[in-house]
Design a protein around this ligand. Sequence first.
Ligand code: NAD
Length: 412
Amino acid sequence: MAKLKIGVFGAGRGMSAVHQIFDHPEAELVAVCDKYKPLLDNCRKQAEAHGLYNIKYYERFDDFFEHDMDAVICANYAHEHAKFGIRLLRSGRHIMTECLTMANMAEAVELIEAVEESGKVYSYAENYCYTPVRWEMRNLYRSGVLGKLMYAEGEYLHDCSSIWPQITYGERNHWRNIMPSTFYCTHSIGPILYMTGLRPVQVSAFETPNMPFMRKLGTSSGTLGMEIVTLENGAILKSLHFNIKSYRHSNYQINGDLGGAHDLGSGEIGVYLEKPDQNCRGERKVYKPDPIIAGTENSGHGGGDYFTTHYFIGSILGDEVAKERTIDVYQAVDMCMPGTLGYRSIVNGNQPIKLPNLRNKEERDAWRHDTFCTFPESAGDMYVSNNVQEKIDIPDEVFDEVRRRWTVGEPG
Ligand SMILES: NC(=O)c1ccc[n+]([C@@H]2O[C@H](COP(=O)([O-])OP(=O)(O)OC[C@H]3O[C@@H](n4cnc5c(N)ncnc54)[C@H](O)[C@@H]3O)[C@@H](O)[C@H]2O)c1
């Protein structure tokens, strides 16, 4: 059988998928696109070291788009996945997008409808769902031993300040500099929704002021974003993310009315289980769960990276397990919407906002033209600044210095 022809758009983070496809028995990498030529050159070098000489390399998306491909992995800018993804779906390609799903609610509606109309696979690369510990939390929750979910925490406590020059290159309008504090909520919210299968129904969001250490690197947004999300069964989820000074890198916990499971951050899970009517007399244990597939535990991000591309390809090929485990467009929108509408909550003084269920066609029209966001090209006349508490003008010299650090490989 002919192999599935895959293209990768964006050769920074996209290289994780590229490496996986190099060795894939049922898929081949046919084209890579990035407007930054040194990344394309690097990709070519690595492909040739693998004995792969037939891949085509494109600097322009429009040329890449014309290449004969069955599927595309979009690892381009985080706020432009829907824009390019919708074009690809309408041209008959399956797509997987990196994080995040959309820049605003109008794009969420348009993306969902493009997936439905095309009948193609959409898969969301939320890799934090698939580490051995978070997979075990999912299994425990779904087995029923934790009871009904009451409370959950998802905390992605990644302080990116030292790598800011390497991930923004000193570009004033890089998405990481113009996003609002709540935008990158996927790694904190996504795993909890994936474990429990519950839908978010309301968000109130909060942010810290902009911190000087991030302002010096070129961003004026609130530094730490937090969403308090109500889930469809009434449970509460606290989501916290990004540039915090913290001993821990992440924290995930789910607490039901019969017990709790905690990601201890060490590759181990802590579990507390009670039987009904045995209040506070439960069993406690700590153990290291096995990965979903043996040998994948050293793939990036705690062993989660392998599964996004693995299940995307499997879903296209009709594998039922892959189809069940991949993250579809409705779940993807659910994972991102608390951040998109969370920022509106902040702008409105932390007001609670009801989250629609965009699986229902009748709920879509209210959001179809809602382009409210901090990304000027996507927002049009609904543009809002990424700091409504304080007006901060960052001088050009800051970006010159960040660019210099990027060029010479100095940390932020
Ligand atoms: N899941 C994870 O753990 C994880 C980790 C890192 C990054 N990401 C995601 O991966 C994506 C890429 O992030 P990144 O870290 O590589 O940084 P990035 O967003 O700066 O890189 C995007 C790359 O795409 C290229 N690109 C963008 N638009 C283009 C266009 N129109 N034509 C040609 N090339 C274009 C850029 O040159 C750049 O190399 C983002 O969505 C990010 O959120 C996810």
